[in-house]
Design a protein around this ligand. Structure first.
Ligand code: PLP
Length: 273
Protein backbone atom coordinates (compact mmCIF):
# COMPACT_ATOMS: atom_id res chain seq x y z
CA UNK A 1 0.00 0.00 0.00
CA UNK A 2 1.46 3.34 -1.07
CA UNK A 3 -0.77 5.97 0.45
CA UNK A 4 0.27 9.54 -0.40
CA UNK A 5 2.98 10.82 1.88
CA UNK A 6 0.97 13.74 3.20
CA UNK A 7 -1.70 11.35 4.53
CA UNK A 8 0.78 9.43 6.67
CA UNK A 9 0.49 10.65 10.23
CA UNK A 10 -2.45 12.95 9.39
CA UNK A 11 -5.05 12.06 12.02
CA UNK A 12 -8.63 11.67 10.76
CA UNK A 13 -11.15 14.05 12.36
CA UNK A 14 -11.99 12.89 15.89
CA UNK A 15 -15.67 13.52 16.51
CA UNK A 16 -16.78 14.10 20.11
CA UNK A 17 -18.71 11.39 21.95
CA UNK A 18 -22.30 10.96 20.84
CA UNK A 19 -25.12 11.89 23.21
CA UNK A 20 -25.94 8.16 23.56
CA UNK A 21 -22.35 7.33 24.55
CA UNK A 22 -22.23 10.05 27.21
CA UNK A 23 -25.61 9.05 28.65
CA UNK A 24 -24.44 5.45 28.93
CA UNK A 25 -21.05 6.35 30.40
CA UNK A 26 -22.44 8.64 33.13
CA UNK A 27 -25.79 6.89 33.67
CA UNK A 28 -27.75 10.03 32.74
CA UNK A 29 -31.22 9.97 31.24
CA UNK A 30 -30.89 13.20 29.31
CA UNK A 31 -28.07 15.60 28.51
CA UNK A 32 -27.45 18.67 26.37
CA UNK A 33 -24.17 18.29 24.56
CA UNK A 34 -22.35 21.49 23.66
CA UNK A 35 -19.05 20.05 22.41
CA UNK A 36 -19.94 20.17 18.71
CA UNK A 37 -22.00 23.36 18.93
CA UNK A 38 -25.13 21.56 17.80
CA UNK A 39 -28.42 23.31 18.36
CA UNK A 40 -30.03 21.93 21.56
CA UNK A 41 -33.39 23.30 20.36
CA UNK A 42 -33.41 20.98 17.35
CA UNK A 43 -34.55 22.24 13.99
CA UNK A 44 -37.44 24.04 12.35
CA UNK A 45 -40.69 22.03 12.00
CA UNK A 46 -40.95 23.48 8.48
CA UNK A 47 -37.63 21.81 7.60
CA UNK A 48 -38.91 18.45 8.83
CA UNK A 49 -42.11 18.80 6.80
CA UNK A 50 -40.09 19.72 3.71
CA UNK A 51 -38.09 16.49 4.04
CA UNK A 52 -41.27 14.41 4.25
CA UNK A 53 -42.47 16.02 1.03
CA UNK A 54 -39.36 14.76 -0.82
CA UNK A 55 -39.70 11.10 0.13
CA UNK A 56 -41.28 10.08 -3.15
CA UNK A 57 -38.39 11.53 -5.16
CA UNK A 58 -35.49 9.60 -3.68
CA UNK A 59 -34.88 7.54 -6.82
CA UNK A 60 -33.99 10.67 -8.76
CA UNK A 61 -30.65 12.48 -8.49
CA UNK A 62 -30.74 15.80 -6.67
CA UNK A 63 -30.63 19.10 -8.52
CA UNK A 64 -26.85 19.46 -8.75
CA UNK A 65 -27.14 23.23 -8.94
CA UNK A 66 -29.56 23.41 -5.95
CA UNK A 67 -31.75 25.92 -7.82
CA UNK A 68 -34.60 26.34 -5.35
CA UNK A 69 -32.30 26.66 -2.36
CA UNK A 70 -30.01 28.94 -4.37
CA UNK A 71 -32.87 31.32 -5.18
CA UNK A 72 -33.93 31.45 -1.53
CA UNK A 73 -30.45 32.06 -0.16
CA UNK A 74 -29.66 34.64 -2.85
CA UNK A 75 -32.85 36.57 -2.02
CA UNK A 76 -32.24 36.22 1.71
CA UNK A 77 -28.73 37.68 1.39
CA UNK A 78 -29.36 40.12 -1.44
CA UNK A 79 -26.71 38.59 -3.73
CA UNK A 80 -26.86 37.06 -7.21
CA UNK A 81 -27.57 33.34 -7.49
CA UNK A 82 -24.26 33.00 -9.33
CA UNK A 83 -22.42 34.23 -6.23
CA UNK A 84 -23.18 31.06 -4.23
CA UNK A 85 -21.47 27.68 -3.90
CA UNK A 86 -23.24 24.99 -1.87
CA UNK A 87 -21.33 22.26 -0.09
CA UNK A 88 -21.99 19.09 1.87
CA UNK A 89 -21.56 21.20 5.00
CA UNK A 90 -19.20 24.18 5.00
CA UNK A 91 -16.58 21.50 5.63
CA UNK A 92 -16.90 20.69 1.96
CA UNK A 93 -16.70 24.35 0.96
CA UNK A 94 -13.33 24.43 2.78
CA UNK A 95 -12.29 21.33 0.86
CA UNK A 96 -13.39 22.79 -2.49
CA UNK A 97 -11.44 26.03 -1.97
CA UNK A 98 -8.34 24.11 -0.90
CA UNK A 99 -8.68 21.79 -3.88
CA UNK A 100 -9.07 24.75 -6.22
CA UNK A 101 -6.28 26.99 -4.90
CA UNK A 102 -3.64 24.98 -3.04
CA UNK A 103 -0.85 22.82 -4.39
CA UNK A 104 2.81 22.12 -3.60
CA UNK A 105 4.78 25.37 -3.62
CA UNK A 106 1.85 27.46 -2.36
CA UNK A 107 1.03 28.38 1.22
CA UNK A 108 -2.00 29.24 3.31
CA UNK A 109 -2.20 31.43 6.42
CA UNK A 110 -4.45 30.78 9.42
CA UNK A 111 -4.66 31.33 13.15
CA UNK A 112 -3.76 28.69 15.74
CA UNK A 113 -5.84 27.38 17.33
CA UNK A 114 -8.73 27.68 14.90
CA UNK A 115 -11.15 25.38 13.08
CA UNK A 116 -8.98 22.35 12.15
CA UNK A 117 -10.31 21.67 8.65
CA UNK A 118 -8.40 24.56 7.02
CA UNK A 119 -5.12 22.98 8.01
CA UNK A 120 -6.27 19.43 7.33
CA UNK A 121 -7.29 20.12 3.73
CA UNK A 122 -4.20 22.23 3.07
CA UNK A 123 -1.99 19.33 4.17
CA UNK A 124 -3.82 17.01 1.78
CA UNK A 125 -3.09 19.47 -1.06
CA UNK A 126 0.55 19.56 0.06
CA UNK A 127 0.51 23.31 0.59
CA UNK A 128 2.63 24.90 3.30
CA UNK A 129 0.54 25.77 6.36
CA UNK A 130 1.50 29.02 8.11
CA UNK A 131 -0.09 29.09 11.54
CA UNK A 132 -0.13 32.39 13.39
CA UNK A 133 -0.74 32.06 17.15
CA UNK A 134 -3.76 33.85 18.59
CA UNK A 135 -3.00 36.66 21.01
CA UNK A 136 -5.36 36.68 24.01
CA UNK A 137 -7.55 34.31 22.05
CA UNK A 138 -7.85 36.74 19.12
CA UNK A 139 -6.57 36.66 15.55
CA UNK A 140 -3.23 38.49 15.27
CA UNK A 141 -4.03 40.20 11.97
CA UNK A 142 -0.74 42.11 11.87
CA UNK A 143 1.26 38.88 12.15
CA UNK A 144 -1.03 37.20 9.63
CA UNK A 145 -0.29 40.00 7.14
CA UNK A 146 3.44 39.50 7.73
CA UNK A 147 3.06 35.77 7.01
CA UNK A 148 1.64 36.47 3.53
CA UNK A 149 4.01 36.35 0.56
CA UNK A 150 3.73 35.92 -3.21
CA UNK A 151 3.06 32.17 -2.79
CA UNK A 152 0.12 32.68 -0.43
CA UNK A 153 -3.22 31.65 -1.93
CA UNK A 154 -5.69 31.52 0.97
CA UNK A 155 -5.97 33.28 4.33
CA UNK A 156 -8.56 31.98 6.82
CA UNK A 157 -10.37 34.09 9.39
CA UNK A 158 -12.79 32.17 11.55
CA UNK A 159 -15.19 34.86 12.72
CA UNK A 160 -16.20 34.29 15.48
CA UNK A 161 -13.25 32.00 16.04
CA UNK A 162 -13.82 28.36 16.95
CA UNK A 163 -12.61 27.49 19.66
CA UNK A 164 -12.12 30.89 21.36
CA UNK A 165 -15.37 32.71 20.50
CA UNK A 166 -13.58 36.00 19.80
CA UNK A 167 -14.31 38.08 16.71
CA UNK A 168 -12.59 40.47 14.34
CA UNK A 169 -14.59 43.71 14.22
CA UNK A 170 -15.51 45.72 11.15
CA UNK A 171 -12.75 48.33 11.50
CA UNK A 172 -10.08 45.66 11.99
CA UNK A 173 -11.39 43.61 9.10
CA UNK A 174 -11.47 46.55 6.66
CA UNK A 175 -7.96 47.63 7.65
CA UNK A 176 -6.80 44.05 7.07
CA UNK A 177 -8.52 43.67 3.69
CA UNK A 178 -7.09 47.00 2.53
CA UNK A 179 -3.60 45.61 3.01
CA UNK A 180 -3.96 42.03 1.74
CA UNK A 181 -2.37 41.75 -1.70
CA UNK A 182 -4.88 41.14 -4.51
CA UNK A 183 -3.58 37.64 -5.39
CA UNK A 184 -4.63 36.33 -1.96
CA UNK A 185 -8.15 35.14 -1.13
CA UNK A 186 -9.48 35.90 2.33
CA UNK A 187 -11.99 33.30 3.54
CA UNK A 188 -14.19 34.40 6.42
CA UNK A 189 -15.80 31.43 8.14
CA UNK A 190 -19.04 32.71 9.65
CA UNK A 191 -20.45 29.42 10.98
CA UNK A 192 -21.80 31.30 14.02
CA UNK A 193 -22.99 34.41 12.20
CA UNK A 194 -26.62 34.10 13.35
CA UNK A 195 -25.61 34.12 17.03
CA UNK A 196 -23.62 37.34 16.99
CA UNK A 197 -25.22 40.44 18.53
CA UNK A 198 -22.16 42.74 18.79
CA UNK A 199 -22.85 45.95 16.84
CA UNK A 200 -19.29 46.16 15.52
CA UNK A 201 -19.35 42.63 14.08
CA UNK A 202 -18.76 43.10 10.33
CA UNK A 203 -21.60 42.67 7.85
CA UNK A 204 -19.49 41.03 5.18
CA UNK A 205 -21.96 40.45 2.34
CA UNK A 206 -21.91 44.16 1.34
CA UNK A 207 -18.09 44.04 1.53
CA UNK A 208 -18.08 41.53 -1.35
CA UNK A 209 -18.74 44.45 -3.70
CA UNK A 210 -15.66 46.25 -2.43
CA UNK A 211 -13.21 43.37 -2.07
CA UNK A 212 -13.18 40.90 -4.97
CA UNK A 213 -10.86 38.52 -3.11
CA UNK A 214 -13.32 37.96 -0.24
CA UNK A 215 -15.11 34.66 0.39
CA UNK A 216 -17.75 34.30 3.13
CA UNK A 217 -18.80 30.87 4.43
CA UNK A 218 -22.01 30.14 6.31
CA UNK A 219 -23.81 26.96 7.34
CA UNK A 220 -27.20 25.49 8.19
CA UNK A 221 -25.54 23.26 10.81
CA UNK A 222 -25.46 25.53 13.82
CA UNK A 223 -28.23 28.12 14.44
CA UNK A 224 -30.56 26.42 11.94
CA UNK A 225 -30.05 23.08 13.69
CA UNK A 226 -29.54 21.04 10.51
CA UNK A 227 -26.07 19.58 11.20
CA UNK A 228 -27.20 16.09 10.18
CA UNK A 229 -28.14 17.25 6.68
CA UNK A 230 -24.76 18.75 5.76
CA UNK A 231 -25.49 22.04 4.00
CA UNK A 232 -23.11 24.96 4.04
CA UNK A 233 -22.28 27.57 1.43
CA UNK A 234 -19.74 30.03 0.19
CA UNK A 235 -20.57 33.55 -1.01
CA UNK A 236 -18.12 35.37 -3.28
CA UNK A 237 -17.88 37.25 -6.56
CA UNK A 238 -19.45 35.65 -9.61
CA UNK A 239 -16.01 35.17 -11.20
CA UNK A 240 -14.57 33.48 -8.13
CA UNK A 241 -17.51 31.06 -7.78
CA UNK A 242 -17.30 30.22 -11.49
CA UNK A 243 -13.58 29.51 -11.11
CA UNK A 244 -14.01 27.00 -8.26
CA UNK A 245 -17.16 25.24 -9.55
CA UNK A 246 -15.17 22.53 -11.42
CA UNK A 247 -13.75 21.39 -8.06
CA UNK A 248 -17.25 20.62 -6.74
CA UNK A 249 -18.74 17.13 -7.08
CA UNK A 250 -21.82 17.20 -9.33
CA UNK A 251 -24.42 16.02 -6.76
CA UNK A 252 -22.73 17.13 -3.55
CA UNK A 253 -25.88 18.19 -1.68
CA UNK A 254 -28.90 15.91 -1.37
CA UNK A 255 -32.52 16.50 -2.34
CA UNK A 256 -33.72 16.29 1.27
CA UNK A 257 -30.99 18.61 2.53
CA UNK A 258 -31.73 21.22 -0.11
CA UNK A 259 -35.46 21.09 0.65
CA UNK A 260 -34.96 21.30 4.41
CA UNK A 261 -32.53 24.20 4.16
CA UNK A 262 -34.85 26.07 1.77
CA UNK A 263 -37.69 25.72 4.29
CA UNK A 264 -35.49 26.56 7.28
CA UNK A 265 -34.38 29.87 5.84
CA UNK A 266 -38.02 31.04 5.77
CA UNK A 267 -38.63 30.08 9.40
CA UNK A 268 -37.44 33.25 11.13
CA UNK A 269 -39.53 32.32 14.19
CA UNK A 270 -37.47 29.20 14.86
CA UNK A 271 -34.21 31.03 14.27
CA UNK A 272 -35.12 33.83 16.69
CA UNK A 273 -36.31 31.40 19.35
C1 PLP B 1 -19.11 23.67 12.77
C2 PLP B 1 -18.17 24.50 12.00
C3 PLP B 1 -18.02 24.36 10.63
C4 PLP B 1 -18.57 23.18 9.87
O1 PLP B 1 -19.87 23.28 9.60
P1 PLP B 1 -20.58 22.29 8.61
O2 PLP B 1 -21.37 23.22 7.75
O3 PLP B 1 -21.42 21.42 9.47
O4 PLP B 1 -19.58 21.51 7.82
C5 PLP B 1 -17.23 25.23 9.93
N1 PLP B 1 -16.56 26.19 10.56
C6 PLP B 1 -16.64 26.34 11.89
C7 PLP B 1 -15.88 27.42 12.54
C8 PLP B 1 -17.44 25.50 12.66
O5 PLP B 1 -17.47 25.64 13.98
Amino acid sequence: MQVKEQLRGLPPYQPGKSIEEVKREYGLSDIIKLASNENPYGSSPAAKAAIAAELDRLAVYPDGYARTLREKVATHLGVKETQLLFGNGSDEVVQIFCRAFLEPGTNTVMAAPTFPQYRHNAVIERAEVREVPLVDGRHDLEAMLSAIDERTRLVWICNPNNPTGTYVNETELRAFLDRVPPHVLVVLDEAYYEYVTAPDYPQTVPLLNEYSQLVVMRTFSKAYGLAALRIGYGIASEALIRAVEPAREPFNTSTVSQAAAAAAIDDETFLRA
